[in-house]
Ligand binder design. Structure first.
Ligand code: ZN
Length: 269
């Protein structure tokens, strides 16, 4: 199916956003977030971009350049969050610090920090929603990983829109590419001459996700869609019973599931 049509259908079906809202797109420099911003802008949504600069050498610089070029072309404002300036520690220092306490890989640690930063910046910038570039392949991987771990309920906090958290300090996150196949997104990005960085961060340590990704890559679009449809059935039943109760982290004041949020638990500021 035509990518633009599917994108608009996803927004409509799940009421992801409307044109009166201000949306912050989490830009990584990769194709998925570039296509997310491009499509939202093309169809008249009010967007701004945020790039989290991890400052890990050439890769970060290439991503930053791609983000700047995209935002210039789309004529949108972009905010650069320099992790070292704002957190007082580089991401490498953060990785080392967390690993002394927890058995986690770089990607898992970055994931926690990025979510924390996104929510906080989105509130500071007074936007209504955060849009990320997660695609069908990412979502199938995450769901399968949770099933393989024996915890499908971990996917409850997922979906095209994160709805089951209702809290004034939590900015809803939307994924307009939720039903779009990775290969289609790549084709679309190239066809529209979007500037993006291919290849991944050299510090990436997603060995388990990598294995699941290799498996998912072999599946057809139909298979992947079936998996996601099953996922939605399960999620709906979990969601009905479980509204996630949010509280505020005692250290940083951000929404958290426990007394201390994961980010503060990691670095103990
Ligand atoms: Zn905290």
């Amino acid at each position: 199916m035509n990518i633009e049509k599917k994108f608009l259908e996803t927004i409509k079906k799940y009421r992801l956003c409307n044109k009166k809202e201000k949306i912050l797109v989490a830009l990584s420099g990769g194709k998925d977030s570039a296509v997310t911003a491009y499509l939202l802008k093309k169809f008249g949504y009010n967007i701004e971009g945020l790039y989290i600069d991890l400052k890990i050498g050439k890769y970060s610089d290439d991503c930053l350049n791609a983000v700047n070029e995209l935002c210039e072309r789309l004529k949108i404002k972009v905010y650069i969050y320099n992790i070292k300036e704002k957190q007082g520690k580089s991401i490498k220092e953060i990785w080392e610090l967390v690993k002394k306490k927890k058995d986690l890989n770089n990607c898992a640690i970055c994931g926690v920090f990025k979510k924390w930063i996104l929510n906080k910046e989105a509130r500071r910038l007074k936007v209504n929603k955060i849009a990320t570039g997660h695609n069908l392949d990412d979502e199938v991987q995450t769901f399968l990983m949770n099933v393989l771990k024996g915890s499908p309920e971990l996917s409850a906090n997922s979906g095209a829109i994160i709805m089951n958290i209702s809290d004034k300090k939590f900015i809803p996150r939307i994924k307009p590419l939720f039903y779009l196949d990775e290969s289609e997104i790549l084709k679309y990005a190239k066809k529209n001459k979007l500037v993006f960085v291919q290849g991944k961060c050299r510090y990436s340590q997603e060995s388990y996700r990598g294995e699941v990704r290799d498996f998912v890559n072999k599946l057809s679009f139909k298979n992947k869609t079936n998996i996601i449809n099953n996922f939605e059935n399960i999620i709906n039943s979990v969601k009905n019973n479980k509204k996630i109760k949010m509280q505020y982290c005692e250290k940083c004041g951000e929404p958290s599931r426990g007394k201390i949020c994961k980010k503060c638990e990691f670095v103990g500021f």
